[in-house]
Ligand binder design. Structure first.
Ligand code: BDR
Ligand code: CA
Length: 308
């Protein structure tokens, strides 16, 4: 079986960490590299977190830093959910792993040009991917598809209209959605259905391997913070939905439609306007997740955790 080549572009972040954990261990995936943006915390912290995650899990995956601020708007972080470190709840030992010397755009470009049929998996703001497409359009023929966590057909999670990853850099999202590449958008409509309820924590905790220990510690804090802000009884495990959709195509159902990013700067700034009923008769540009099978989802997550 040939492995599917992927690159994760992320802002770790509790749920980003679990997506990385899964991608590293899955026998179906070949994780070529990780690029990092600011998002859940500052770039200094999300970058360090990415290095720590791969070091802790014992895999020598190259990690590269993005520029750390969006194309046009002011940067924002999400410390109220992800804490002071961006990964509150779990403390890593000191590792000496260094960042790749190239900035994220050069790093992504080089890896893509050396490989064919690579799937990009963004789980943070889309700044790195937008800059890559703008500055190096020659990489497009090397990208199989972009499977991203972000957006929402319905409500947002930072404003009534907008989801965090898209709101962090709406202008970048607009470039990505209009790139002509195959884009799969996995938004809050489905990720808010996969909550890390206490029984899910117990289910993953029982393995007591590295992955299980990290999952349990991170998810306990993730849950507490989501409860404080949204009143959820379990945190939505957003970012791993990208990896689950690659590992088990039956888990998430997509519908092809036109998605327009609101870049007006008004109250709906950062909203993904998903024309599910084709009112506007525009050309579809994204496969949008509309349904998720919760049982299959947790089976895939568990299968990755128990492999450590
Ligand atoms: C997204 O925002 C971040 O806080 C999470 O890591 C996830 O990528 C959910 O809106
Ligand atoms: Ca994220």
């Amino acid at each position: 079986m040939s492995k599917r080549k992927i690159i994760i572009d992320c802002d770790p972040g509790h749920d980003d960490a679990i997506a990385i954990l899964m991608a590293i261990i899955s026998p179906k995936l070949d994780l070529l590299g990780i690029s990092v943006e600011a998002g859940n915390q500052t770039l200094e912290k999300t970058g360090k977190n990415a290095l720590n995650i791969v070091s802790y899990l014992g895999k020598d995956i190259p990690v590269s830093l993005g520029r750390g601020y969006p194309l046009k708007r002011k940067p924002q972080i999400c410390a109220e959910i992800h804490g002071e470190s961006g990964l509150d709840g779990f403390t890593f030992p000191n590792y000496d792993k260094q960042f790749d010397k190239r900035d994220a755009v050069a790093f992504l470009k080089d890896i893509l040009l050396e490989n064919d049929k690579v799937t990009l998996v963004p789980t943070g703001p889309l700044t790195n991917i937008a800059l890559l497409i703008k500055e190096h359009p020659e990489v497009k023929s090397h990208i199989d598809e972009i499977v991203l966590m972000g957006g929402s057909i319905g409500h947002g999670n930072v404003t009534p209209a907008a989801e965090f990853n898209i709101l962090c850099d709406p202008e970048a999202a607009e470039i990505v959605f209009n790139s002509g590449l195959k884009v799969k958008m996995i938004g809050l409509d489905v990720t808010r259905k996969v909550l890390v309820l206490p029984e899910i924590i117990s289910r993953m905790e029982k393995y007591q391997n590295k992955a299980s220990i990290m999952f349990t510690a991170l998810m306990k804090v993730f849950n507490e913070n989501q409860k404080k802000i949204f009143g959820f009884s379990g945190a939505p495990l957003h970012d791993p939905a990208t990896i689950v959709s690659l590992l088990d195509e039956e888990t998430i159902h997509f519908e092809y439609m036109n998605v327009e990013i609101d870049v007006s700067g008004g109250p709906s700034y950062g909203r993904t306007n998903c024309d599910q009923f084709n009112f506007l008769k525009r050309k579809p540009n994204a496969y949008v997740a509309t349904k998720i099978n919760k049982d299959r989802y947790w089976d895939v997550v568990e299968d990755c955790i128990k492999r450590y």
